[in-house]
Design a protein around this ligand. Structure first.
Ligand code: GLU
Length: 603
């Protein structure tokens, strides 16, 4: 069979920043601490006492230092996230949001915190329409319209209040020092800046921070962010109320409502409608986690407005109807692609913000619905997409409700971190500002980029005449694909994982879980495995390494067709071994690789 594939450009995930000895000793609490040798950057670490895995070696080292000093997994997650806001500012930060899943060893409970951004009260279904027509997507991204009220600072405060053992000030301090002293620009950071150069240049505050001398900082030079350091100091001293009320809130609102655009920039930048009331009213609520039994494992994920829990869960339920472990590789991959194809049809039709739309979460995760949907899948032939959605509220084998809704255009940025501590607590946390570089606007004097999360809404009903649960609305959260996941076995943590990658997050997590739970891969092998992502589209997006697999011949024979890309996702995770050791795993190569570490033995 002839192998020819189209190549699709996909924006890169966040930088893993190069290590040199000018950055402060990670975790060092005092300004003026000695410069340190670069933290180690390993894709796997095995040992005891706690673990951290993230996309960046400084962030991992800062989280590890918190664990070493007796902090718990929640403390470490907040410190790691704050550091990622310094070194990976195009992927996450206090201007964005995220989902945090927490296993609490003392109770055996899994909690999920919804730190998703919300639309302002002024947003209606026509948020992105002009004269009844959707505005161009890239103009929507780089505007005030796309900015949701950030949820990340509130998420940190809420999880620390309930499960933390350190206060926010202590946990922000290492990241504050990192921001003040600077980090060294690596190839990935340089490339991401260059890709954004024209739009960053349009905003004086962004240009000043990320385009020193008017161009992307050279590889090997130090980039400092004293404004962010000061913002972290303020939040540490006064609490996150200082973000949601007062001068920082006013600065955010000014940036959104009156974007400061260079008069020479050839760019339409629409203002948004966020107010200080929107910031003051923001919440980061608990959601009941999604939970399903998969071959004796308990899989916990993020419920709506996340689509990760329901979509990974539905696909796993479909896969549970066949013997995945006993199949040849082509058959396994075929079922993997077909299960996500069908689950995405249902995701797109049914999942939105549960405060606004009646999402049939339980029904989407039922075995009866999985059986109805598995009925569509042939072992020998790929389905033709778009596959219509099923109706989880009315069981009909092989039935549909007729609706066909396409996936959205979520970005490919974002970051994921995983932490575990000596007591057995676990955090799986995915956080984002949506596109690489968010909406492109640094809040002047504050050192962080604003998100463009609201472009995760449908701009108009994606299939005219069909219901769309993901239209904008006042104080509504856009549907997300982020899928931080924790798997228990007999009530004890087995593994936690997650990834960036927009809608491909779901297929990446599904691939990792099945590789690890069904196909005898180690967690590292599962994270490193070549990937393909089928999201109910005619062709499947696949890494070039995937289409080179011998098993792909068996997929082509079944009618699968592929578009190729250089990389999908950048996962990390932690596994608990039966002998009590922990395995921390980070992406080994994609985007320059991430960093995994355990407390003992120290790296
Ligand atoms: N905005 C996306 C979501 O919330 C994430 C973007 C990404 O992963 O790059 O699902």
């Amino acid at each position: 069979m002839r192998r020819s594939f189209r190549t699709v450009a996909v924006l890169a995930t966040a930088a893993a920043v190069a290590a040199v000895a000018v950055v402060p000793a990670a975790g060092e609490p005092e300004v003026g601490a000695r410069a340190a040798a670069p933290p180690p950057k390993r894709p796997e670490a095995v040992g005891h006492g706690g673990a951290v895995a993230s996309a960046d070696e400084y962030a991992t080292e800062i989280g590890l230092a918190v664990l070493r000093r007796g902090g718990n997994a929640v403390d470490a997650a907040v410190a790691t996230a704050a550091a990622l806001g310094v070194t990976e500012p195009y992927s996450n930060g206090i201007g964005g949001g995220g989902f945090l899943v927490h296993y609490e060893a003392a109770t055996g409970e899994v909690h999920t915190v919804d730190g998703r951004e919300t639309a302002p009260a002024s947003a209606g279904e026509d948020l992105f329409l002009e004269d009844g027509q959707p505005i161009p997507f890239d103009e929507a991204v780089t505007s005030g319209l796309s900015v949701g009220v950030p949820g990340t600072p509130l998420t940190w405060q809420r999880v620390l209040d309930r499960w933390g053992s350190r206060d926010l000030a202590q946990l922000l301090r290492p990241a504050e020092i990192l921001a003040r002293r600077g980090f060294v620009v690596d190839e990935n950071f340089h490339r991401q800046t260059a890709a954004n150069q024209e739009r960053f240049a349009a905003f004086p505050a962004t240009r000043e921070l990320f385009l020193p001398d008017g161009r992307p900082p050279e590889i090997g030079t130090v980039l400092r962010n004293p404004d962010l350091a000061e913002t972290y100091r303020i939040l540490g001293t006064h609490g996150v109320e200082a973000f949601y009320q007062g001068e920082i809130a006013e600065d955010i609102v000014s940036s959104v409502r009156e974007p400061q655009v260079d008069p020479g920039a050839d760019r339409v930048v629409r203002p948004g409608g966020m107010t200080t009331d929107d910031l003051a009213a923001h919440t980061a609520p608990d959601r009941p986690s999604t939970r399903l039994d998969y071959r004796g494992y308990e899989v916990y994920g993020m419920a709506p407005p996340g689509s990760g829990g329901t979509t990974v869960g539905e696909a796993l339920n479909i896969l549970e109807t066949v013997d995945l472990a006993g199949m040849d590789e082509s058959s396994y991959l075929h079922w993997l692609l077909e299960s996500s194809r069908v689950a995405f049809a249902d995701r797109n039709r049914w999942v939105g913000d549960p405060d606004f739309t009646d999402v049939p979460t339980g029904e989407l995760l039922s075995d009866a619905f999985a059986a109805d949907r598995a009925c569509l899948i042939s072992p020998d032939r790929a389905l033709t997409s778009p596959v219509p959605a099923g109706d989880p509220r009315a069981s009909t084998p092989c039935g549909t409700d007729g609706g066909q809704v396409e996936p959205g255009r979520e970005g490919m940025s974002t970051t994921h971190l995983t932490t575990a501590d000596r007591w057995g607590n676990v955090v799986s946390y995915t956080l984002t500002i949506e596109q690489t570089g968010g909406n492109g606007m640094v809040v002047p004097g504050r050192g962080f980029l604003l998100n463009n999360e609201l472009t995760d809404f449908s701009f108009s009903p994606v299939t005219p005449g069909e219901p769309d649960p993901n239209l904008p609305g006042p104080r509504k959260r856009p549907r997300s694909s982020m899928a931080p996941t924790i798997v228990l076995h007999d009530g004890k943590p087995l593994l936690a994982t997650g990834s960036p990658g927009g809608t491909t997050i779901i297929t990446t997590v599904l691939g990792i879980l099945t590789q690890r739970l069904d196909r005898e891969a180690s967690l590292l092998e599962a994270v490193a495995a070549p990937r393909a992502s089928q999201r109910n589209t005619a062709t499947t997006l696949a890494e070039t390494t995937f289409v080179d697999l011998p098993a792909v011949d068996g997929l082509l024979d079944r009618g699968h067709r592929f578009d190729t890309t250089s990389g999908i996702g950048m996962a990390s995770g932690v596994e608990f071994l039966p002998d009590g050791r922990l395995v921390a795993v980070a992406e080994p190569t994609r985007q320059g690789g991430g960093a995994a570490a355990v407390v003992w033995p120290s790296p």
